[in-house]
Design a protein around this ligand. Structure first.
Ligand code: 3PG
Ligand code: MG
Length: 394
């Protein structure tokens, strides 16, 4: 894989696709892990006198300008971390963006507004994506792919732009691919996969290939509810992706007995609030007016024991609403087991990384903490990420 070390950048306009999709809290960056992960590439490019244009997405604004999803706070945080000015024209490919890029000199950084304010970024229509990609590419001499967490998306900035111009990988993508390759080759067993989080539909089709690869699949977070329903249990007012229940039933049938492990107890409350009264109930006795917000202590201990005796662990998605202290224990137990055992451990995802940092774990105690959730999950199944395929082709 060609990287920025292989190309001349001085005085050139370099378009960097980063993944700066970070959690915000009241308009402030709540976890800057993905911004920090982008620094090695950006620091090197500015240091070598490139004119850097950073593009990224934030959340899922649905193809229209919605300032709740503006990258402005991210640009401000990036400027602090880089220790240099980041110009933010508040525009993607329009007049203001062009003017800011034209005015930039060697070592300057311009950050474009949220790419997903334009519906063409995520369009299924090749022509519409292609047109947008032409506009993004036009001021740039070189493209750098560094947004690993978005590389599983066939989006204009991820896939179509690098097909159009000289494109290389950034240091984050190089590091991610290097680390995650260890999970696609020979794996030290038992291989335990822990899945949770809220983007259930996105990740559900991973089960088919994980059943073939992993020895045990531990399921927590909102991911567990379609499985509990498929087992005939009731999940009260829990966040339930009902469209996945049939698939969950199929996976349970397909898997070896006990290969997919579900929570046996659940922490429930009437609502998602830190001060909501909460209690632990058996997974088959979730009250109709309560929602599950974490796996219970018995499940957490069982999951931790499986992780602790594994040879390899891949973890994607928190076990509960870790942002609220009463519902963080399941996620903490998995993190503790991952950092305390002898396995090669990989944790991945925006939320998972944020949880690891918020709960005070040392990232260095993991084998690898990936900035990509969906992306790492697809990569370890041996799938070709569109963003990587586009690079190889150029
Ligand atoms: C992520 O946070 O997983 C990536 O930034 C991709 O975001 P998406 O799931 O909204 O495409
Ligand atoms: Mg994701």
């Amino acid at each position: 894989m060609k990287t920025i070390g292989d190309v001349a950048v001085e005085g050139r306009c370099v378009l960097v696709r980063a993944d700066l999709n970070v959690p915000l809290d009241n308009g402030r960056v709540a976890d800057d892990g993905r911004i920090r992960a982008s620094l090695p590439t950006l620091t090197e490019l500015t240091g070598r006198g490139a004119r850097v244009v950073v593009c990224a997405h934030l959340g899922r604004p649905g193809g229209r300008e919605d300032l709740r999803y503006s990258l402005a706070p991210v640009a401000a945080r990036l400027a602090q971390l880089l220790g240099r000015e980041v110009s933010f024209p508040g525009d993607i490919t329009g007049q203001a963006a062009r003017a800011a890029i034209a005015a930039s000199g060697p070592g300057d950084v311009v950050m474009l507004e949220n790419l997903r304010f334009n519906q063409a970024e995520t369009s299924k229509d090749d022509m519409s994506r292609g047109y947008f990609a032409d506009e993004l590419a036009s001021p740039a001499d070189l493209y750098v792919a560094d947004g690993f967490g978005a590389m599983h998306r066939r989006h204009a900035s991820v896939y179509d732009v690098p097909l159009r111009m000289v494109s290389v990988a950034g240091y984050l993508v190089q590091a991610e691919v290097g680390a995650l390759r260890r999970l696609t080759a020979e794996i030290r067993r038992p291989y335990v996969v822990v899945l949770g989080g809220a983007k259930v539909a996105d990740k559900f089709d991973a089960f088919g290939s994980l059943i073939a690869r992993a020895d045990r699949i531990l399921v927590g977070g909102a991911m567990a509810f379609p499985f509990l329903v498929a087992r005939g249990l009731k999940t009260g007012t829990s966040l339930l992706e009902a469209s996945q229940v049939d698939a969950a039933a199929r996976y349970l049938e397909q898997a070896a007995p006990g290969q997919i492990e579900l929570p046996s107890d659940i922490v429930v409350a009437a609502g998602m609030a830190a001060d909501a009264p909460h209690r632990v109930v058996p997974a088959d006795a979730i009250p109709a007016d309560q929602m599950g917000l974490d796996i219970g202590p018995e499940s957490a201990a069982r999951f931790a024991a499986a992780v602790g005796t594994a040879g390899t662990v891949f973890w994607n998605g928190p076990m509960g609403v870790f942002e609220l202290t009463p519902f963080a224990a399941g996620t903490r137990a998995v993190g503790q087991a991952m950092t305390g055992g002898g396995a090669f451990t990989v944790a991945g995802g925006g939320d998972t990384g944020a949880a690891i940092r918020a709960l005070g774990f040392d990232e260095k105690a993991f084998g690898h903490v990936s900035t990509g959730g969906g992306a790492s999950l697809e990569f370890i199944q041996g799938r070709t990420l569109p963003g990587l395929a586009a690079l190889d082709a150029s």
